[in-house]
Design a protein around this ligand. Structure first.
Ligand code: SAM
Length: 388
């Protein structure tokens, strides 16, 4: 980002950032709750492309969101977060530092580093030895090399019998895919730019979708994003989910938020957090339209936004069928919802919140398809029994 665009970026939160930040704000406290309640009651957090921490409008950026979560957990004496924030631009570091000072005064361990995230990563990994670690990597263009990410994630897994859960949320820039794809497709394209993208993607495989001798498919960018996530999953053995983030409905994604976990709890709560963050995105769009055209009777967003209740109603029989299918496949052996998250939610993963799964169990019970009532307990721990 040039200084001009930086100024614009930090004036107020753009819509894609609304989704990104709501997702962080919903999910990372859950990560802390799930992982930090065991052992030393401590977690380590890295925001590798931290930015300024707070917008001029007063809204929180990613770094302040993490500090708020840390302050909240600390005030409840629940958990101690060690937060590392890395930022390359000196002016942004200075602003970030001013935000961090306020949280340090509340006892939050907020460490601001000026420099390149790659140079600080090893220090963070040392601090996170034997502790849960969450990596948030949000570059504006290309991020860390694929092999560096894979090596980091596998190194954490391979550390003997230390319990040190690791999760990540990464920005995979679709603008960069389209730009670098266009460069590779063009006869005048620069090979050096393609090599940098090879590094980010972990190989030349993406070039197949932007060959100079073939027309480029309309969804080539989405295919590359999907394959990137699949390759990460293959190389790390993690569950990897990729969430497209758009500026406006019907537009191409500006980036994907790529999430990885080895935990079934992580997968379950991430889907719920995405659904909640999507609702916030729609509300942000309506608000933005009202600001831009205060006289309008209806905002476009309010007319095209799928009613969350309609989505939940449509999801209900589908999720119920998904659950019944698992029961049949397991030859009617009882199972816990948590252990089949992706199959339970199917296409509605990240579209509907957690209660949709409980309602589906209740629906199955009502029609005699399970003995489980769906009443009581935590939703993800509901056990689905065969019908009596
Ligand atoms: C998209 S902005 C971050 C926004 C922030 N994560 C948020 O959500 O509030 C990306 C930031 O990364 C910084 N940056 C770029 N390359 C970097 C690197 N190699 N190491 C650390 N920071 C970097 C940029 O200066 C910019 O402030």
């Amino acid at each position: 980002m040039s200084t001009g665009t930086d100024k614009e970026y930090w004036a107020a939160q753009a819509l894609p950032s609304v989704l990104k930040h709501k997702l962080l704000a919903h999910y990372i406290p859950r990560f802390g709750g799930m992982t930090g309640s065991r052992g030393r009651h401590q977690v380590v957090y890295l925001d590798g492309y931290a930015g300024e921490g707070r917008y001029e409008s007063g809204d929180s950026g990613s770094a302040e969101i993490a500090m708020q979560v840390a302050a909240h957990h600390q005030a409840k004496n629940a958990l101690r977060w060690s937060c590392f924030f890395v930022e390359q631009k000196p002016e942004s570091v200075a602003r970030l530092e001013r935000v961090a000072v306020q949280y340090r005064a509340q006892g939050v361990d907020a460490r601001v580093h000026h420099g390149d995230v790659d140079g600080v990563l090893d220090q963070v990994l040392r601090a996170a030895g034997g502790l849960p670690l969450f990596l948030f990597l949000d570059p504006c263009g290309l991020g860390l090399p694929f092999d560096r990410i894979v090596q980091t994630l596998n190194q954490r897994r391979a550390s003997g019998n230390l319990w040190q859960p690791t999760e990540f949320l990464m920005n995979f820039s679709m603008d960069a895919v389209r730009r670098l794809g266009g460069n590779a497709h063009s006869a005048k394209g620069l090979e050096r730019s393609s090599e940098r993208f090879d590094e980010a993607c972990g190989g030349r495989w993406w070039r197949e979708h932007f060959r100079p001798d073939k027309p480029v498919a309309a969804d080539a960018d989405e295919i590359v994003a999907a394959q990137y996530a699949e390759r990460l999953a293959e190389r790390t053995g993690m569950f990897v989910q990729s969430v497209p983030v758009v500026r406006k409905p019907e537009q191409k994604a500006v980036y994907h938020l790529v999430f990885g976990t080895r935990s079934e709890h992580g997968l379950w709560f991430f889907g719920d957090s995405v659904a909640r963050a999507r609702n916030a995105w729609w509300e942000g769009l309506e608000y933005k339209e009202e600001q831009e055209d205060p006289g309008a009777l209806f905002s476009v967003a309010s007319m095209i936004r799928p009613d969350p209740q309609d989505v939940a109603d449509a999801a209900l029989p589908v999720i119920a069928d998904n659950i019944e299918r698992i029961l049949n496949r397991q030859q009617q052996r009882p199972f816990k919802l948590l252990n089949h998250t992706l199959e339970v939610f199917g296409d509605y993963y990240g579209q509907v919140t957690e209660p949709a799964a409980r309602n589906a169990v209740k629906l199955l019970h009502k029609s005699g398809r399970t003995a489980s009532t769906g009443i009581g307990g935590k939703t993800h721990e509901l056990v689905v029994e065969p019908p009596r």
